[in-house]
Design a protein around this ligand. Structure first.
Ligand SMILES: [Zn+2]
Length: 194
């Protein structure tokens, strides 16, 4: 019953939330969130590398998925199949100096599968909090969210929000069909709306 009311609250409040779906109707699966990080010669400090792993784990717990970190050393190619890993790669075009991250979602049979995240090597000097927010933001893109113009949401490109906003959470609720088993989207949404 508590869940019913939580969902009802969500449904009533959601129209006021700021979120944008990349492709309505496309959803994300509930299998392990597999990922790999290719640093090339960036040489991340341990705390910055941990910030990536922690953010992936944070995202997975939110939507109710487990995490599987793959070997960093291989050049893992994210193909186009369900269960493919998310590939984080430190690589950046010279003509885009200002950006920090870019995400390329992969869709297979109306489902988000793996995907690729390009990270700016300048993040080697970034605060761990920026890395955390950026990784969460890019995972939002890979799982169906587009940018919004609302600094209270992590999908605002300013990355000003410390936590997911209500629109982010409702958007992820939609793209995950209400969340995988164990997802904390509903209580997080209730916290976000205060
Ligand atoms: Zn973005």
């Amino acid at each position: 019953m508590a869940t019913f009311f939580a969902v009802l609250t969500l449904a009533l409040l959601a129209p006021a939330c700021t979120y944008a779906l990349r492709d309505p109707g496309v959803t994300a699966g509930c299998g392990p969130l597999r990922y790999t990080v290719t640093e090339h010669d960036v040489g991340l400090t341990g705390d910055r590398r941990a910030a990536i792993d922690d953010a992936v784990a944070e995202f997975a717990a939110l939507v109710g998925r487990t995490v599987e970190s793959l070997d960093d050393s291989g050049q893992v190619a994210s193909g186009n199949a369900p269960g493919d890993p998310v590939v984080f790669e430190f690589a950046w075009p010279d003509e885009q100096p200002a950006g920090l991250g870019f995400a390329e979602p992969h869709v297979v049979a109306s489902s988000y599968a793996g995907g690729w995240v390009m990270l700016n090597p300048s993040l080697r000097n970034a605060p761990t909090g920026v890395i955390r927010r950026l990784v969460l933001h890019e995972l939002g893109h890979l799982h169906g969210l587009e940018h919004v113009d609302d600094p209270g949401e992590l999908m605002d490109p300013s990355l000003a929000a410390e936590q997911w906003g209500p629109g982010d959470l409702f958007g992820l609720y939609v793209t995950h069909d209400g969340g995988c088993p164990g997802a904390t989207l509903v209580p997080a949404f209730q916290d976000a709306i205060g």
